[in-house]
Design a protein around this ligand. Sequence first.
Ligand code: MN
Length: 244
Amino acid sequence: MRILIANDDGIYSPGLLALADVARDFAEVRIYAPDVEQSSMGHAITHSRPISLHRTPIGGFEAYRVNGTPADCVALGVHMWERVDLVLSGINLGSNIGNAMWHSGTLAAAKQAALLGLRGIAFSTPTAGGEPDFARLRPYVVRVMELLITEPSLSLVNVNLPPAPAGLCWTRQSVRQYDGRVVPGKDPMGRTHYWLTVAPVKGVEEGTDRWAVERGLVSITPLRLDLTDQREVTRLVAERPLRP
Ligand code: MN
């Protein structure tokens, strides 16, 4: 089995090595990761300039740094390394739950794998100012891997690990609230600038990703690529039929 590892925090992120270190117990591992941080780039791909890669062995792994987005890294990695079975992305420094999935570069790397007909799993963990305790997370990453490898029908999965996990939980995406905020500030010259950031969300729904992580459970959310609102399509076809 071949596992390709990507992320959006960049090739030198400690979360990337933590994930690769687990993956090597399951398969042959290669890393294709952005040369600089690409967080919140979503599923952007580079189309107006060529991208290149440089071999950068790191932590004993065969690794390549790419001057592109997370999705670029996976597209290029799958092209360069034949017969990849699974793409893992992360472990992201910061959770990717609820509506944050729309701009997550971590999830986009896993999503690129699913688009290519492969399997993709994204891993994220919150950071409360310091570096996550990856040794503490490791047994739970192993458990998630053991679980998901035996569920081949799951082509895209979003996993979020709390800082001190106490168990695993199947979840759905929390979509009721959006935590994105614009926060004004001042630069050293007194000029106003703006941070696009997130604010804590309160009152989360049971069974969601955010709910699980708040309770110290590893949130495992199976996702799909089809964004169609099928209920609305069915209603519209019946109520507002369109004639060619
Ligand atoms: Mn990131």
